[in-house]
Design a protein around this ligand. Sequence first.
Ligand code: ADP
Length: 286
Amino acid sequence: MTLIAELRDVQHVYLANTPLATVALRGAELSVYQGEIAALVGPSGAGKSTLLHFINGLLRPHATGHVRVFGQDTGDPHSDIVTLRQQVGLVFQYPHQQLFERFVGDDIAYGPRQQGLSHEQVTETVRWAMQIVGLDFDTFVDRPTFSLSGGEMRRAALAGVLAMRPRLLALDEATAGLDPRGRREIHRLLRHLRDEEGLTILLVSNDMDEVAELADRVTVLYEGQTLAQGFTREVFADRQRIAAYGLDLPAAGEIVHALHAAGLAVDLGAITVAEAEEAIWQAMTR
Ligand code: ADP
């Protein structure tokens, strides 16, 4: 497994040296390996969004901490942050914060234009990015960004980031507020990006069902510190610890545990709906 992002002992204080100082990170750790879907979870205020800002150099370690992403040590003032920002695409929680051009096509074209691509290359890249996120080029390219629905805005913001051709895509609450169908579509898209386009994905999520379905590995952040990291199944196996961090458990896991408590000899390892179905079927036909 190739380590592409390594964040160690990351500290961050907002409004430092003022009466409003807030300690957001106090020694956070995060590793992301090539080709995986990694999840960063934790209760609200744990520092997840702040840690995400360290991964593409929006925030950089000063006196303490160590951040190395795609070989760049971002604490080093000479590191190539411009290249890093291209390699790491960040999709913010509120997509409207990310859309700033008047028309959808211009917004998605912004990054490729900055990269100095030819007109044809820009159009081709915009077409590719829109097709990946499921926005029809002819229908949407000339639409005003403000006229998009919430789900479409999210797709357009994602397309704008993909158009930079990043290697690592980091998403903050990619599916928050979407209906189940919208969520499923984003999940399919993220799997496609990983499996077919070779991207590595880092997902900040509060939805443990989503994490169980998608993530290979999970990092748990709590009050600015990393309290657990490991393979998704192993992290969720410690149910008491997860609950103590104020996190939900995947619903499928809760169901098999409830059935087990009610006397059904069901395998307790399930964390996804498909695994729970299989475990229940096995227990009932045994
Ligand atoms: P999470 O993403 O896990 O909800 P955040 O990284 O957003 O956590 O926030 C961590 C802490 O930092 C919280 O206490 C939050 O109130 C504080 N914080 C976040 N952003 C800012 C900011 N721009 N200015 C001041 N405090 C902030």
